[in-house]
Each structure stands twice: as C-alpha cells, then as structure tokens.
Design a protein around this ligand. Structure first.
Ligand code: PLP
Length: 390
C-alpha cells in the first residue's frame, strides 16, 4: 500500500489484475464472481469484445480534440441516447456528479429565465447525487455533508416516496423550479418507491411548471430491467442524468434534456475540457448499441427475478433478514443487523458484493449474467448469510 495516496478510501486488501465477462482475477490468480460491477459500472462485464475493439481502434485514431470543434462520435452518441430515452439534447460530462452539476445549473438558469431570483430544487431524504459541493448539498446524508459546510443553498428536502409532502411544498413555496430524484435510491439501500410515484411527480411538475430531473446514474442503462428505470412507468422527465454504466468503465457522464429544458443552456453557460471527447463517446456509443442489440435489459429483468426468487426462498426462515427486494438487477437483502463484515466473508468465498446503509447487502452484477452465474451468486451469498447469522 502506498503512503502517497490521499486517505480517502478504505480499500479491501485485494487487487485485481484482469477480468473477463462476470469474473475477475487477483494478483494471486484467485478467481472472483463479480456481483457488483464496480458499483453498477461494468454492466457488460469485463473485456466485452465489441467494446474492447472499439476502444482499441479509437485509441489508435483520435483521443481528444476539444469542444471548440464538432465531434462526430459525440453527435452519434447523442442521437442514439435521445432516441432511446425520448429526450432532445445532451450535455456530456465525465462523471455522475458532473452530470448532476449540469442539471442543477440548468434548473437554476431555467428559474432565472422565469424571473425567479432565488430558485429552489426539491431533493429527497437519503438521496445520493455525488461529492462535489453542489451535489453533496443535494445529497440527503449528513455523513456525506459533515465538515464541508457551508453547503450550497437552494435545496428543499422532502421524504422519499411521499407525494403529499411534495404537494405541500407546491402549495407553500413560490421559488421551486425543479425536483431532482432517483427513480430507485441506490446508495440508500436500493429503495424502490411505490408504483405511481414517478407519474405523480410528473403530474406535480407539469401543474407547477417545474422540471422533473431524474438521476438515473445508478438505475439507468438497462440495470432496472428497462433501458431507463422511469420507463417502468412510461414517465419521460425533462432532465435525466447518466454516468456509471454508460461507458462500462470509460469515464463519461450525460445530462439529457427535453422540451423547454433543452433550450436553457446557450453557448458560454456550461462547458468541460474532456466532456464528450471522441474516445469516451465512441465507448459509450458501443455500450448503448450493444445493450440494445443484445436485449440486455431483458436479461437484467430475467436474472433479477431469478436472484430475487432464489434469495427470498433461501432466506425465508432467517430471522435476521428484514426484506429481499429488487428492480431488475438492482437487488437488495436488507438485514436487521449491521452486516459490513459479510463483504470480507464473501470475498474469501470468491464473490464480490457490497453493503450500503450499514445493513443492506447490495448486488449489482453485470447485466450479461448467465442463469448458471445467477445461481452461483445466490448459493454463495446464501451460504455467507446463513453462516453470518448462525
Ligand atoms: C444515483 C447517483 N448519483 C450520482 C452519483 C455520483 O456519481 P460519480 O461517483 O460518478 O460522481 C452516484 C454514484 O454512486 C449515484 O449512485
């Protein structure tokens, strides 16, 4: 371990040398089944052939020019993304936090264009939107915010999955311009709202001329069993942010816009040196094209159902399990007790998992998962949980 790294992460004592499909290998040659995908990033698995060759070819052709010039792969990616999400225009960034920064700036500008001098954005309790100053201020976790005050102002907090509280804000507040919300709260522990939640938010936004801004950074790109989680309710937002699986490991973020939200940014309002570079855009184009051609969302739906059933059945008599839940391959086992040590136990068994919100086992396996690999995840995890709670 180098002393020269900033002490920002509590990394596990394992280092991977290479990966293929749903498997990774460490420096000792031990094989692991990846049930986390680098936290919802490598959704096409490791070393996905079409992506590997597209990246190799692009690296040998052109890495970067600048947004001072038009970038063909950026345009091709924007066209395909907009067609898939029913959106109009995209701004490309390099990460999820940056995509959300773009959304927050856009909402403020939209407010000012409507002569609202102090625009407010409704955000949710337990939300996670990133670690930059604006996005950590939008995040609903004191742990993420503590020590970084003064926070960025302009956010109004509401409970998640609670429409009456949003209606109350609509009645009492004149300065709200947008709602920023995750269709499924990932970091909070795969919290899935009631059916109808997003449609109700859409309705409130329409009645009040607010923008509905969906953070699909974790839930998007086929993970939920649809290309975008909002498509489960046929809701189309005004702004949608993406990152994580969009580049399958090549850093890229996107802030997609529709209708009047698509006309807010004008030249000079926002920008990025690296955002939308030919390399990242070609990678993301290949990812999205591969996901569409190979019906990856359908596989996510089927494997999610398989994992959910296997885990629910296997844990039915375990008194320490509060709930098993899922939307596609966003899968959670909520325990009644803190269970961080399960991560290390699973690692020893050659399985990569994550625990979030202290007591929620989070599974985000590659969406190319086979039935046999789904069964392998379930049996290894069941053994770990049952041993842990014995
Ligand atoms: C819903 C959501 N929004 C935003 C982010 C931040 O993305 P990034 O780490 O790429 O800045 C994350 C990362 O976990 C996320 O899950």
């Amino acid at each position: 371990m180098s002393d020269h790294l900033v002490n920002a992460y509590q990394s596990l004592p394992v280092s991977f040398t290479h990966g293929d499909g749903c498997y990774l290998w460490d420096s000792e040659g031990k094989q692991y089944l990846d049930a986390l995908s680098g936290i919802s990033v490598t959704s096409l698995g490791h070393n996905y052939p079409a992506l590997t060759s597209a990246i190799q070819e692009q690296a040998a052709t052109l890495l970067h020019t600048s947004n001072l010039y038009s970038i063909t792969w950026q345009q091709k990616l924007a066209d395909l993304l907009c067609a898939s999400a029913d959106m109009d225009r995209v701004f490309f960034a390099n990460s999820g936090a940056e995509a959300n920064e773009a959304a927050i700036k856009l909402a403020r500008l939209y407010g000012h264009q409507k002569n609202i001098d102090n625009p407010q954005i409704v955000v949710m309790q337990h939300a996670f939107h990133g670690r930059t100053m604006a996005t950590l201020s939008a995040t609903g976790s004191r742990k993420v915010q503590a020590g970084f005050e003064p926070l960025v102002s302009g956010f109004v907090r509401a409970p998640y999955n609670d429409i009456p509280s949003i209606e109350a804000i609509a009645e009492n507040s004149r300065n709200v311009v947008a709602i920023l919300v995750e269709p499924v709260q990932g970091e909070a522990g795969i919290v899935i709202p009631d059916p109808g939640y997003l449609s109700a938010l859409r309705g409130i936004c329409d009645s009040n001329n607010w923008l509905l801004m969906l953070d699909e950074i974790q839930s998007g790109m086929a993970r939920s069993g649809k290309m975008f989680a909002c498509q489960h309710e046929a809701v189309v937002p005004d702004v949608m942010t993406l990152a994580k699986a969009l580049g399958n490991g090549v850093p890229i973020g996107a802030c997609m816009t529709r209708g009047s939200a698509a006309e807010v940014f004008k030249p000079g309002n926002h920008g990025s040196t690296f955002g939308g570079n030919p390399f990242a855009c070609r990678a993301a184009f290949t990812v999205l094209e591969s996901m569409l051609e190979n019906k990856i969302a359908e596989n996510a739906e089927q494997r999610g159902q398989q994992l959910f059933c296997a885990l629910q059945q296997g844990l039915a008599n375990n008194q320490q399990v509060a709930e098993v839940r899922h939307l596609g391959l966003l899968v959670a086992v909520e325990m009644k007790i803190p269970c961080q040590e399960l991560v290390m136990q699973a690692l020893q068994q050659g399985l990569l998992i994550n625990v979030t919100a202290e007591s929620v086992i989070r599974l985000l396996p590659p969406l190319i998962l086979s039935e046999a690999q789904g069964a392998e995840i379930a049996s290894k995890l069941l053994a770990c949980i049952n041993q842990f709670t014995e």
